[in-house]
Design a protein around this ligand. Sequence first.
Ligand code: GCU
Length: 138
Amino acid sequence: LAATDYQAEDALISQGTVATNHTGYTGTGFVDYTNVKGSSVEFTVSAAAAGPASLTLRYANGTTTDRPMDLAVNGTVAAPAVSFPATTDWNTWATKTVNVQLKAGTNAIRARATTDHGGPNLDRLSLAAATDTQPPTR
Ligand code: GCU
């Protein structure tokens, strides 16, 4: 199964704005988190079946300071204070992948800043079945 992409600019943004003032984003822009603790982006994603899934967040952090975020699934923090370290500049994007458990059907994935710096600039979320990352052995 290929990954499914969800653009941050189409997600539910709390304390952030859609921006296009740097290069290299996908879709029509990216989310610029407000520089406050608690700023967040919530994606609504669909899972065919309950089970492990990998979430890959594409982000930029043009500062020298980490911009950690809690990743919550359906209202419960599944991965606390995930690190989003510097990416050299705001035009340089990197990815961070975490594995979580999803339920069948619709799931809410929220990425919420844990420091007063707010989150990094967020381009998109890619969702894949966690088993996709490791081919079966025979
Ligand atoms: C700069 C940059 C923004 C970024 C912001 C930040 O203003 O242009 O894209 O979001 O810094 O520190 O979060």
